[in-house]
Design a binder for this molecule. Structure first.
Ligand code: KIV
Ligand code: ZN
Length: 397
């Protein structure tokens, strides 16, 4: 579809590359099956030359995954490409993803190669990759800090060599949304054969701008975004899949674009990753944090209980949660307290609710969250008090 953005998930490669997030073969396979349920267009399964374990894992994922393209990463070296090609031999939809750095700082201090040598290596790698499979992606590492004229030249060369996806990474998370958007627009304008390739973006989050940069790139013509579940990845991470997808879905009238993601699988994917890696997300993390659909403030609770749209821009169900969470704490009011007691089966008159509420606020000042056991305890205190004074009417439904 024309207006569709392809989601390239790199949780199992860039995400796994970050300290403390490594996964073994069976964990990666479990995660890959969940990514398939989430319906990502492409999953990058690993970097086969990096280790025998990664090679075997990519191979296994290639055997099992039928619904998504499986990509394997390779530098431009012949051995890397051959190893990636071999790891993908059973994949239903294989993609080799080859990359080389194009910024002056990387070419001089890391690669120790001239521009001519880098272009030649890129073209050779893409040609070799195309001799194995039709689907070949080329990334210009550190593209956002590269000379744009050099970028246009290398992209034109690799597209001529057969690459059908060209990726423009903001490798060090340095770009600002408007300049990154302009870079994508200029690539479209200045690479003569760009209509033969999909433009992909890959943003890191060092300045907290990975999602904003990716969205601005989409507005300027990028058709594929690379991202990870929970935004994990090198250093401050990659653009978060759930934030990108829900921004596009929630603001559809603005973007006029869609993705193939089954958004109801988002929370399950986030939780599985947290369970496997042992790293949960912070409570206030957009979309998947424990507080993303939770309300404690009285005014908000009143609004949400009457109509969720007052304070929720998407439904919890749309990301796979069964309902929002009304959290009782010191900011909550009588309305939410009464509703909670009702849901526990207690119908109180106004005076009784007031008495429970007075005790509730004292407790809430001491405790961060007042739970169901606390409420039952408060209720029994009020019932006891009313019995003694002879006017208990608290009824349990
Ligand atoms: O950040 C980056 O530049 C990468 C490339 C390998 C795509 O991860
Ligand atoms: Zn990266």
């Amino acid at each position: 579809m024309e207006n569709q953005i392809n989601i390239f998930d790199t949780t199992l490669r860039d995400g796994e590359q970050s300290p403390g997030f490594s996964m073994n073969k069976s964990e990666k396979l479990r995660m890959a099956l969940q990514l398939e349920r989430l319906n990502v267009d492409v999953m990058e399964a690993g970097f086969p030359i990096a280790s025998d374990g990664d090679y075997e894992t990519v191979k296994e994922i290639g055997k099992k995954i039928k619904g998504s393209t499986v990509a394997a990463l390779a530098r431009t070296a012949t051995l890397d490409i051959e190893r990636a090609a071999s790891a993908l031999e059973h994949a239903a939809r294989p993609r080799i993803h080859t990359f080389i750095a194009t910024s002056d700082i990387h070419m001089k201090f890391k690669l120790k190669k001239s521009r001519e040598e880098v272009i030649e290596a890129a073209a050779r790698a893409v040609e070799l990759a195309c001799s194995y499979y039709d689907d070949v992606e080329f990334s210009a590492e550190d593209a956002s800090r590269s000379d744009p004229e050099f970028l246009y030249e290398i992209f034109e060369t690799v597209i001529d060599a057969g690459a059908n996806v060209i990726n423009v990474p903001d490798t060090v998370g340095y770009a600002l949304p408007w300049e990154y958007g302009r870079l994508i627009a200029n690539i479209r304008k200045n690479v003569p054969n760009i209509d033969k390739a999909v433009i992909s973006v890959h943003c890191h989050n060092d300045l907290g701008l990975a999602v904003a940069n990716s969205l601005e790139a989409i507005r300027n013509g990028a058709q594929q975004v690379e991202c990870t579940i929970n935004g994990i990845g090198e250093r401050a991470g990659n653009a978060s899949l759930e934030e990108l997808v829900m921004a596009i879905a929630t603001r559809q009238n603005d973007f006029r674009l869609s993705t193939n993601i089954k958004t109801e699988e988002i929370c399950a994917s986030s939780r599985l990753l947290a369970e496997i890696t042992g790293h949960g997300v912070q409570p206030n993390k957009a979309i998947v944090g424990a507080n993303a659909f939770a309300h404690e403030a009285g005014i908000h609770q009143h609004g949400v209980l009457n109509n969720p749209l007052t304070y929720e821009i998407m439904t919890p169900e749309s990301v796979g949660l069964s309902c929002n969470r009304i959290v009782l704490g010191k900011h909550s009011g009588r309305f939410a307290l009464g509703k909670k007691l009702e849901s526990l089966g207690y119908k109180l008159n106004k005076d009784e609710l007031n008495q429970v509420y007075i005790r509730f606020t004292t407790l809430a000042d001491e405790k961060k969250v007042v739970d169901e056991n606390d409420l039952r305890m408060l209720l029994s205190e009020v019932i006891e008090y009313k019995k003694v004074s002879g006017d208990s009417t608290v009824s349990q439904a």
